[in-house]
Design a protein around this ligand. Structure first.
Ligand code: TMP
Length: 212
């Protein structure tokens, strides 16, 4: 059981289109913050290691079909099952760097036929609200230059364009857009400065609830 620290950790979420380098940047950031003595842990959604996560993994890798509403609720359940751990780590002063969160949940499901963004948000209402969402953006040309899509479900250009449009609709003042059209190291340096500021600003503020 973690104890309560004087200063809580920050909850920082990374969102962005495919090939924006989210996962690489999250890993480098966690290592750099820990090196600076800032207690930091990585998380990612979907977390494919849990029972729910394994069902999601089967769906994403096209090994099974799950009805669209049901899979949306599974993605959300996969976040809720981590909330006790997230809260106790944040309260113990650990900063969390999270690769995708409820915004991906909404942006991807709402890109499907017949889904309304408001309906998509509901299962995630009340999750811990990120102190900042770092939204990595990439021009269409640069995204294309970075390679083709993989074989997982949703990895198609037309679908990804709808997802990007949905991300634009989800932006609010807690979002910080960062252009990812630069080298891994340059982008890392920029993100490191941004996150250190967020960690300082968030430590004494209460954690809020998402979309409520
Ligand atoms: P990953 O490649 O970052 O592991 O993400 C897996 C895929 O799942 C990616 O295409 C985005 C999608 N996704 C959803 O559809 N809903 C969600 O809630 C999340 C977190 C991801």
């Amino acid at each position: 059981m973690s104890s309560t620290a004087e200063v809580r950790g920050a909850l920082i979420v990374f969102e962005g289109c495919d090939h924006s380098g989210k996962t690489t940047q999250c890993k480098k950031l966690v290592a750099a913050l820990n090196e600076k003595g800032i207690k930091t842990e990585a998380m990612r959604f979907p977390d494919r290691t849990t029972t729910i996560g394994k069902m999601i993994d089967g769906y994403l890798s096209n090994k099974c079909e799950i009805e669209d509403h049901s899979v949306h609720l599974l993605f959300s359940a996969n976040r809720w099952e981590m909330v006790p751990k997230m809260k106790s780590m944040l309260e113990a002063g650990t900063t969390l760097i999270v690769d995708r969160y409820a915004f991906s949940g909404v942006a991807f499901t709402a890109a499907k036929e017949g889904f309304d963004m408001n309906w998509c948000k509901q299962p995630d209402v009340g999750l811990p609200k990120p102190d900042r969402v770092i939204y990595l953006t990439l021009s269409t040309e640069e995204a294309a230059a970075r390679g083709t899509f993989g074989k997982e479900r949703y990895e198609q250009t037309e679908f990804q364009q709808k997802v990007s449009t949905n991300f634009e609709k989800l932006k609010d003042p807690t979002w910080q857009e960062v252009e990812a059209d630069k080298s891994i190291e340059d982008l890392h340096r920029e993100i490191l400065v941004i996150t250190q500021n967020i960690i300082e600003e968030s430590g004494h503020k209460p954690l809020q609830q998402l979309w409520s």
